[in-house]
Design a protein around this ligand. Structure first.
Ligand SMILES: NC(=O)c1ccc[n+]([C@@H]2O[C@H](COP(=O)([O-])OP(=O)(O)OC[C@H]3O[C@@H](n4cnc5c(N)ncnc54)[C@H](OP(=O)(O)O)[C@@H]3O)[C@@H](O)[C@H]2O)c1
Length: 233
């Protein structure tokens, strides 16, 4: 009886401490550029971790954007892309891969900020399959467009639905050259119930971006599936 009471009070103390630490964790302001599938998934997940989300949209007054802000909760808001990044600690580029570097370059000085890059370039050949031909990567092009920022590639290798409902252990490969920035993105990943997996420097981004080809080509071949990395101990 006494032993079980001790266990309950230890459990309660851990719970209280957990809440206290959560309260102490600093909230970041995260600009999410784009208001589509990935923007909505990551914005909502990061807001649930206590961060302030500012969506950056080409048309922030649209009804869908207002609905997204309401769905996101917390202190979420929406404005233009340039205004969204102005006071942000981190910037998520949830825009089409084909325009991502151009968008990064249009946002003003991003020095000192962390850019989270979930983008992919989807380029099917005439046969319906993806033939990956880039000798660089979107992540490196984004870094070149915003040289003072720290780009971390993350979240490009899973569907936006899995971001919200992983349904089991899902590892998220991260690449980037700034260890502190990678650690902060890893915290966001863990906070979503996903598992961060450091797979090296930004120069390895083309490998992570190439993972999309497996996903796309399996669908083109008639076998839609999701695949995930799994950690071994
Ligand atoms: N869908 C997935 O499951 C998934 C998973 C992992 C990674 N990704 C990658 O994540 C990125 C976003 O994917 P998504 O599915 O969220 O796309 P999406 O639903 O089409 O949303 C993209 C958003 O980007 C903004 N946008 C569109 N064209 C633009 C342009 N020319 N310039 C600036 N902003 C533009 C739009 O927001 P406003 O109209 O409000 O400006 C739009 O809502 C892509 O690179 C994609 O490859 C997708």
């Amino acid at each position: 009886m006494i032993a079980s009471m001790k266990r309950i009070s230890a459990w309660f103390a851990t719970l209280v401490l957990g809440f206290a630490l959560q309260g102490l964790a600093a909230a970041d302001t995260i600009a999410v550029i784009g208001t589509g599938n990935v923007a909505g998934a990551l914005g909502t997940e990061f807001a649930a971790q206590g961060h302030d989300i500012v969506y950056g949209s080409r048309e922030p007054d649209r009804d869908e954007v207002t609905a997204l802000v309401e769905r996101t909760g917390g202190n979420a808001s929406a404005t233009t892309q340039a205004e969204a990044v102005a006071g942000a600690d981190m910037v998520v580029l949830a825009v089409p891969g084909e325009v991502a570097a151009e968008v990064a370059g249009s946002l003003g000085d991003l020095s000192g900020k962390i850019i989270i890059d979930p983008t992919n370039r989807i380029s099917r050949g005439d046969d319906g399959f993806m033939h990956y031909t880039m000798d660089t990567s979107n992540a490196e092009l984004i870094q070149a467009a915003a040289p003072g920022a720290s780009v971390v590639k993350a979240f490009n290798a899973l569907s936006f639905r899995t971001m919200m409902e992983p349904g089991g252990a899902v590892s998220i490969p991260l690449v980037g050259d700034d260890a502190d920035a990678k650690a902060r993105v890893a915290e966001l990943v863990s906070g979503m119930g996903l598992e961060p997996l450091d797979v090296g420097p930004l120069s390895a981004a083309h490998i992570v971006e190439g993972m999309l080809a497996i996903w796309i080509n399996a669908r083109s071949a008639g076998t839609p599936f999701d695949y995930h990395l799994r950690r071994t101990d």
